[in-house]
Design a protein around this ligand. Structure first.
Ligand code: UDP
Length: 390
């Protein structure tokens, strides 16, 4: 049995979702041959104050976006980030090596840009040879820390990720491109939309707009919801309905639940069946989160991107626009107008974008990554036997 340890961070929802996707893919493909544990390395296995840093992500990214961009860009400079990561590795060495002793991984997968350098430094100091593999979970903008030359393999989701990895010094031998790993349920064909809507308690005959602000419910979700509901109610009978996912943002959820709505509107907290909500929907409005974009593509869901995290998510907007699978606006009324057209005169455009999204989507990425890793494990086992003369 091969023990895999996946390192992720609970910041947002995307890293966790990709980690779960890989875990599920190994289980479904290889059963007991692999055990896969997922840990939040920063929050659970580093000492204070480092373990508090993930919590500041939400505040920085949502409330002080320019400061977040500054921190993001400072971290792109090797002369800034290298000494910081070295200091973190020294400071957290005892806790991280304890985690490694506890899980005894045969292989480590990082789905976070800040989780290859430090573990590799700690492993080196421990004198341990554990292959570290990176699975990049961004689509269009790639922080340099994703691309550590010391990894055994690096999986990139897109051609631009591949180019960037080469530019940062990784070799073609280290690189694979399969798409961003999303949970297997997104690849399971779904029943007709009307049936899914009925099963979810939605109005079966009305087109549905899914509105989401990432795992943390970020951005002007309430304003967009009001504008879209107003647009869909504008003439006579409602032309559509709205499903809003507030993620972990409880305040937002409470606020939306108290508001009156001119069209049928379902308000959710953190949902565990995003694939069903997407299957029930005709389009999605979302910030430019890579996980949600990849999931929407797999489900053939045209997107209106309503914003992006400065620094980190700009490239995701270009990715969606260049692939012709959605639109961008950060103005709630313009967003509402796009949805109004898609549900009215431009229904054919919506259908075209849906077909394109489905064609480009890579619902099987997690399985293909798991297969490559399994092949690597087999090859290494073969080499070990050969070296032992067996
Ligand atoms: N997500 C979810 N339930 C929720 C809200 C979000 O499962 O209620 C998932 C969503 O399906 C996606 C991830 O959280 O997989 C969000 O990732 P993304 O990269 O879009 O944005 P992030 O939250 O990481 O900034």
């Amino acid at each position: 049995m091969t023990r895999i340890l996946i390192l992720m961070s609970n910041t947002g929802g995307g890293h966790r979702a990709s980690a779960q996707a890989l875990q599920a893919a190994f289980r479904m493909r290889y059963g007991d041959a692999f055990t896969v544990d997922i840990i939040d390395l920063w929050a659970e296995h580093t000492p204070w104050p480092i373990n508090r840093l993930p919590k500041s992500y939400k505040f920085l990214a949502n409330d002080t976006p320019r400061l977040y961009k500054l921190v993001f860009e400072m971290g792109e400079k090797p002369e800034v980030i290298a000494p910081i990561l070295d200091a973190v590795a020294r400071f957290a060495e005892r806790d991280i090596s304890r985690a490694i002793h506890h899980y005894e991984p045969d292989l480590i997968i990082s789905v976070h840009p800040l989780m290859q350098d430090v573990p590799l430094r700690v492993l080196r100091r421990m004198g341990r040879h554990v292959p570290v593999i990176t699975v990049v979970t961004d689509l269009g903008t790639f922080h340099p820390t994703w691309f550590h030359r010391g990894v055994t393999l690096c999986f990139v989701p897109t051609a631009s990720g591949y180019r960037e990895a080469l530019r940062r010094g990784l070799s073609q031998r280290q690189l694979r491109q399969h798409g961003l790993p999303i949970r297997p349920e997104f690849g399971v064909p779904s029943p007709p939309r009307a049936d899914v809507r009925r099963a979810l308690g939605l109005v079966s005959h009305l087109p549905n707009v899914l509105l989401i602000g990432g795992g943390e419910g970020m951005g002007p979700v309430a304003k967009i919801a009001r504008a879209v509901a107003g647009e869909l109610a504008a003439v006579g009978e409602p032309r559509g309905q709205l499903s809003v996912v507030c993620g972990r943002n409880e305040k937002l959820r409470a606020k939306l639940l108290e508001m009156p709505w001119p069209v049928p509107t379902a308000v959710h907290g953190y949902v565990d069946n995003m694939w069903d909500l997407m299957a029930a929907s005709d389009c999605i409005i979302t910030k430019a989160g890579p996980g949600t974009i990849a999931e929407s593509m797999a489900r053939g869901l045209p997107m209106v991107l309503s914003g992006y995290l400065m620094g980190q998510e700009e490239g995701n907007v270009s990715y969606v626009l260049e692939n012709g699978v959605g639109a961008y606006s950060d103005d709630p009324h313009r967003i509402a107008a796009v949805v109004g057209r898609w549900f009215g005169a431009e229904r054919e455009t919506l259908d075209l974008l849906a077909r394109r999204a489905r064609a480009i989507g890579t619902a099987d990425a997690a399985f293909r990554i798991a297969d490559d890793i399994a092949a690597l494990v087999r090859a290494e086992a073969g080499m070990a036997l050969e070296a032992a003369g067996l």
